[in-house]
Write a protein that binds this ligand. Structure first.
Ligand SMILES: *Cc1c(COP(=O)(O)O)cnc(C)c1O
Length: 426
């Protein structure tokens, strides 16, 4: 469910016509809906109402990498969400948005010693370690600061998430986590290290999951490991079940399981664990809370179908080029008939193609178009390839709207560059 609906023949974000935003800030531009963000955060929390999670209830730590915009984070902070961060930059963003350090989880295979020190000084809730080598470094950093890091090991359960290979993370050949078979030994060695206190276990098998079966299998393995670890004397107080729940991109495909079904599966799979559960949803919170608004530059004849050339490109929305991702494409003011068209951006790469032979609203030069479900892994992956300035971001709230990141100017894009001294003067 989202709040991008047609009213009087014009697509609105909540109560704001997208035509108005395009006139005011130009295109391309990202537009996010506050009501949609809030709804998804609420639905996800409600879906966990029946899970056993100790006196504090579950911690929902939003995966910042899905969309790190300051306004998005501040919206979620007000709803009480924590944050799952994967870099020092994301950690600073989460803290500035008002997310309590205690509610921050630090994930990722390549945390540097500097990032660890930053996170320790901030007092984050948990480091999810992905190797014994990382435990060794964290132990050294914490000891040198006279501090103690609370840690969990991320386990690689060797489960195929059944999603796109580039966003699958839980197979033994993936770079993530420590091998399931090596877990007992890793915990035993970590327990000996100064400066780290082992408090939990973590798993995250991939993103855009459309079937709960692999998650259930992974959680089953984690449950068995918790029992083994406790039998070996380790106190496992937290169990972080990661993120990964998919969102509907293509309305003609079956929808992924809704949060309520996910919550029911979790309640069953984790019964009797006696641990505080942590969740790291990203896409399911923000995915369909955003659209990329773009304008048709021109329509050019093609061999089979016309090419609709829009002013957004792969540098603004990389998912189709990177993962063959499918985004619904809709006219902001539909003219009526639907046609087959190829939708492409201006970048000089054949990969800069959003759709081929797509059945969509017929559009002409100057028309506005939206790429739907562009809230997650979209603006955050943008680059300036082809010297195209970064796209602005707008947040709508009812009839109100605000530019929360202005369009980058050409001067900001180019002006930072310097010539070496041998090229200066003449
Ligand atoms: C990316 C990521 C998430 C979020 O995944 P979604 O599919 O967006 O829910 C959660 N945890 C970790 C460790 C991640 O890397």
């Amino acid at each position: 469910m989202d709040h991008f609906l047609y009213r009087d023949g014009v697509m609105h974000a909540e109560d704001v016509p997208l035509t108005l935003i395009a006139e005011a800030v130009g295109t391309p531009t990202y537009v996010y809906s506050t009501a949609t963000i809030e709804r998804h955060a609420r639905v996800f929390k409600e879906a966990l109402a029946d899970v056993e999670s100790g006196p504090d209830g579950p911690l929902v730590a939003y995966a910042v990498k899905a969309n790190p915009n300051a306004a998005v984070l501040a919206t979620l902070a007000r709803l009480g969400l924590g944050a799952d961060v994967v870099s020092g930059g994301e950690l600073v963003r989460a803290r500035r948005a008002g997310i309590a350090a205690e509610k921050i989880i630090f994930s990722g295979v390549g945390k540097t010693a500097d990032e660890m020190a930053l996170a320790l000084r901030e007092g984050i809730g948990q480091f999810n370690l992905e190797s014994e080598e990382e435990a060794e470094t964290l132990s050294a950093v914490a000891t040198s600061l006279g501090m103690e890091a609370r840690v969990a090991f991320r386990i690689n359960p060797d489960v195929d998430a059944g999603t796109h290979a580039k966003i699958s993370t839980g197979k033994s050949e993936n770079k993530f986590g420590i091998p399931y078979a090596g877990a007992i030994a890793a915990y035993a060695r970590a327990a000996e290290r100064p400066g780290v206190r082992v408090q939990g276990i973590a798993v995250h098998i991939g993103s855009q999951l459309t079937d709960l079966t692999p998650l259930e299998a992974a959680f089953g393995r984690i449950g068995a490991l918790i029992a083994e670890l406790r039998a070996a004397g380790h106190a496992i107080a937290t169990a972080d079940l990661g993120g990964g729940l998919g969102v509907p991109y293509d309305p003609s495909q079956p929808a992924p399981p809704p949060p309520a079904l996910y919550g029911a599966m979790v309640a069953k799979a984790t019964k009797g664990w006696n641990a505080r559960l942590i969740f790291e949803p990203g896409r399911v919170i923000i995915g369909n809370a955003g659209v990329l608004l773009t304008r048709v530059i021109r329509v050019k004849p093609g061999a089979a179908n016309p090419f609709v050339i829009v002013d957004a490109a792969m540098n603004d929305l990389m998912r189709p080029a990177l993962y063959d991702a499918w985004h619904d494409i809709r006219a902001i003011v539909p003219r009526g008939p639907r046609v087959a068209a190829n939708v492409v951006g201006p970048v000089c790469e054949t990969g800069d193609t959003f759709a081929m032979g797509r059945a969509m609203d017929r559009v002409e030069a100057g028309d506005l178009v939206a790429f739907m479900t562009a809230g997650a892994y979209a603006a955050t992956m943008a680059s300036t390839y082809n010297s195209r300035p970064l796209t602005p971001e707008i947040v709508v709230n009812g009839a109100d709207w605000s530019v929360v990141r202005p369009r980058q100017s050409l001067e900001q894009l180019i002006g930072e560059e310097r010539l070496p001294n041998w090229l200066q003067g003449d």
